[in-house]
Design a protein around this ligand. Structure first.
Ligand SMILES: Cc1cc2nc3c(=O)[nH]c(=O)nc-3n(C[C@H](O)[C@H](O)[C@H](O)COP(=O)(O)OP(=O)(O)OC[C@H]3O[C@@H](n4cnc5c(N)ncnc54)[C@H](O)[C@@H]3O)c2cc1C
Length: 262
């Protein structure tokens, strides 16, 4: 009789966001059907054999934000076959003259790697990331802490971070966050050894280096020192396969080649 009373939901699109939502709803007892227009689930998290014997991620490659959340643990995606492998170093910047710098999750190891070429720039990079940590920790609170229950209290844990941000001087913080990331990086860092790799990730925010406003994307580099960067084993599709398996284990279904018209 219980199943007769189940609430039903149809989700349009089996990208990873639709699948995650489906898993949580199915876990909570809803009857879930995910309809996908393509012949396979995954959306931007698909890995295809583009050249015989070689598999390529079609869109997303590094799964970083999901690894800042409690989602993989709450859905026990490891038991559904998902294995994330950390890229450490997460960046190697190579110069034309053969010099290179490795950016590790460890800030200390990164600073040592920069210092082998430029001692002063290494110190500047270390100071830049230390300055960014409290900002990024505060901004990421809704992502890193589940907001139900004790989650709202997480903001209380951020009070020392807010104090550290304000200690930097309200004018400075507002200027940093409101300026284009190009000017932020030029103020804080002096060499293309660090500016290049940091701005390459800042550009993932989807705005140009000279657009006023997204200084935060420059500070985002600190998130990689806090949480690392991650690849799903077998490519992005590893996440999709695990989510589909988990959804099915909760009684949900994915139907492919099923475009929704209205
Ligand atoms: C080139 C590129 C590189 C990227 N690199 C990264 C990266 O490295 N790391 C990262 O985290 N993110 C990356 N992204 C972003 C990431 O791919 C997207 O944020 C993610 O795929 C969004 O997931 P989604 O589930 O919201 O939507 P999508 O993945 O777009 O899934 C939507 C699904 O809905 C289906 N659909 C749409 N309309 C209908 C309909 N009417 N009926 C039925 N089905 C429908 C689509 O076929 C699709 O499968 C990248 C994106 C691109 C384009």
């Amino acid at each position: 009789m219980g199943t007769l009373n189940k609430q039903k939901v149809v989700i349009v699109g089996a990208g990873h966001n639709g699948l995650v939502a489906g898993c949580y709803l199915a876990k909570a007892g809803w009857e879930v059907l995910v309809l996908e227009s393509s012949d396979k689930p995954g959306g931007g998290s698909r890995t295809e054999e583009q050249i015989p014997g070689y598999f390529f991620d079609m869109h997303s490659v590094a799964h970083n934000i999901i690894n800042m959340t409690t989602i993989p643990r709450e859905l026990d995606l490891a038991a559904a076959g998902l294995n994330y492998i950390e890229m450490n170093p997460f960046t190697v910047a190579v110069r034309g003259n053969g010099e290179f710098v490795r950016f590790y999750r460890s800030l200390e190891a990164t600073v040592r790697s920069i210092a082998a070429i430029d001692r002063e720039e290494a110190d500047r990079y270390g100071e830049f990331i230390e300055k960014a940590y409290p900002i990024i920790r505060t901004v990421l609170t809704p992502i890193t802490e589940p907001l139900k229950g004790a989650g709202a209290l997480a903001y209380l844990k951020r009070l020392p971070d807010l104090a550290r941000i304000l200690k930097q001087g309200p004018t400075g913080v507002v200027r940093d966050l409101a300026s284009p990331y190009q000017s932020l990086l030029h103020r804080q860092l002096h060499s293309n050894l660090t500016q290049g790799p940091v701005s390459a990730y800042a550009a993932h925010g989807g705005v140009s280096p000279v657009t006023p406003g997204p200084g935060l994307f420059g500070f985002w580099q600190a998130a990689f020192h806090m949480f690392g960067q991650w690849h799903a084993e077998g490519g992005s599709v590893g996440l999709t396969n695990a989510l589909v398996r988990r959804l099915e284990s909760y009684g949900g279904q994915v139907r492919c080649s099923a475009p929704v018209e209205k």
